[in-house]
Design a protein around this ligand. Structure first.
Ligand SMILES: [Zn+2]
Length: 167
């Protein structure tokens, strides 16, 4: 894992996210990658799906460019409706592919079946700074809401998601 360090917090935050403040970073997510994630999320319903996003991390403008997304196995079979545990082998495989392509792991995505696209306290406990956490809220009728989050000072701040212009 590159660029991730364990962070300990002296106080436990009252909420997993801060509703008003926005993160200083922007997630550039191409439409085809968004669709790739939504396809897996819909097929996995009512269970949580999860995966890895690779790309370029923050440039001077604070942009995180996603170049590819991968689906990973959710090892938590007992509580697959509301918990996910990303398979470490899939994590390593994504890291290998990223480095082969001159990229890095920029974040992770997972779904919240029948729950809002807001991070849970479990998400907060397992998150690292410097990564984007894309959460997809999904329901039986297939409505997907995507929100991206960044850990900042022990709380999640929402990050703007944009579609990159043609490169
Ligand atoms: Zn979650």
């Amino acid at each position: 894992m590159t660029g991730s360090t364990g962070t300990t917090f002296s106080t436990s935050p009252p909420s997993a996210f801060h509703a008003q403040e926005m993160a200083s970073t922007v997630l550039q997510l191409p439409q085809e990658l968004r669709q790739k994630v939504e396809l897996v999320v819909d097929a996995s319903y009512p269970f949580e799906a999860c995966g890895v996003m690779i790309g370029h991390n923050e440039n001077t403008a604070g942009e995180v460019a996603v170049e590819d997304v991968f689906h990973a196995r959710n090892l938590n079979t007992e509580r697959a409706r509301d918990r996910f545990l990303l398979d470490p082998e899939d994590h390593l495989a994504a890291d290998r592919v990223a480095r082969q392509r001159g990229l890095e792991i920029v974040g992770f995505w997972h779904s919240h079946p029948d729950h809002p696209a807001q991070p849970s306290t479990t998400d907060l406990e397992t998150a690292w700074e410097g990564h984007s956490y894309l959460i997809v809220s999904t329901a039986a009728f297939g409505t997907n809401v995507l929100k991206s989050w960044r850990l900042d000072g022990g709380q999640f701040l929402e990050e703007q998601i944009v579609r990159p212009s043609c490169r």
